[in-house]
Design a protein around this ligand. Structure first.
Ligand code: DGL
Length: 295
């Protein structure tokens, strides 16, 4: 039995035709999952929105970057890692804080596990609503920009907008470098974001949606390097609100988040500065659960 969940379904009347009832639990476990460190941008907001929750942050750094994996390989990988994490931490809810995975793997995860999964997908609907020029850019990994899911979001919510899809090959890695305290060259960053800024017919891009959870880690620098000011959309606050709504018993003002832990499937990049950065997110306890990526 899960000892950390927010609710548990108790079916004392199995076979009698009565519906199971729910017992609220005091401290739900929320698992926040990403390929690497980008999910920390979602974790920060989720911790604020659910102060009474037990948080486990899981980084599949052995598989990083997910943007380079084929769709089939990514589905197999995420299911295998999740199998291990669910068995070990018994989460009540999982946040897939990764657009590259969410735009592909959510149906398979929901079919496999009887746990709510909240995904992170490109914020195309809010971007389409926010633009005044009618020109928006989706800054994401090459995997996310290639997804059918992303194309369908555009067709559904932004058919009347001019949408530029930018699959950045280096940005997630640069965000990891920056968080580890390594130098990141402004010129390289500027080159990565440059395709987001489009001018046509006297109009120009005015909204950029950060559709990889790593990118908000570089937001202040990207704002400084942008050729002109735009609205940058970070979906983390909306995801955190959704988590809090689903786990309404997690809102316990005054009850601090306890026992937050970070899990890495490789851990090779766990430098001193990174450990300090993790502690800043409340993740003082770091565990390595080795899961090499199969070739
Ligand atoms: N943080 C992930 C996302 O939101 C992607 C980084 C990667 O390529 O692994 O898409």
């Amino acid at each position: 039995m899960n000892s950390l969940g927010t609710t548990m379904q108790v079916d004392l009347l199995a076979g009698t035709g009565y519906r199971p009832f729910t017992i609220p639990r005091p401290q739900p476990t929320i698992l926040v999952f990403d390929s690497g460190l980008g999910g920390l941008t979602v974790l920060g907001r989720t911790t604020q929105a659910c102060p009474g929750a037990h948080i486990v942050y899981a980084a599949d750094d052995a598989g990083f970057p997910y943007g380079r994996l084929s769709e089939n390989a990514l589905i197999i990988r995420v299911l295998a890692v999740m199998e291990r994490l669910v068995a070990r931490f018994h989460p009540d809810l999982v946040v897939i804080a990764c657009n590259t995975a969410s735009t592909l793997v959510l149906p398979a995860l929901r079919a496999r596990f009887a746990i709510p999964f909240i995904g992170t997908v490109p914020a195309i609907k809010p971007a389409a609503a926010a633009t005044r020029s009618g020109m928006i850019s989706v800054l994401a990994t090459p995997g996310t920009v290639a997804r059918d899911y992303t194309r369908e979001l555009i067709e559904t919510y932004a058919a009347s907008r001019r949408v530029t899809l930018v699959g950045a090959t280096r940005l997630a890695g640069l965000a990891e470098q920056a968080l580890k305290g390594e130098a990141v060259d402004d010129a390289v960053l500027a080159t990565e974001i440059a395709p987001c800024f489009v001018e046509a017919d006297g109009r120009r891009t005015d909204v950029v949606t950060l559709s990889c959870t790593h990118y908000p880690l570089l937001l202040e620098r990207m704002k400084r390097l942008a050729p002109w000011p735009v609205e940058w959309i970070d979906p983390a606050p909306a995801i955190a609100r959704r988590v809090a709504d689903l786990l309404s018993s997690a809102r316990q003002p005054g009850l601090a988040c306890r026992d937050a832990a970070a899990v890495f499937t490789d851990g090779v990049g766990l430098t001193g500065p990174l450990r300090i950065a993790l502690a800043g997110y409340g993740l003082a306890q770091v565990v390595i659960e080795p899961m090499p990526l199969a070739n």
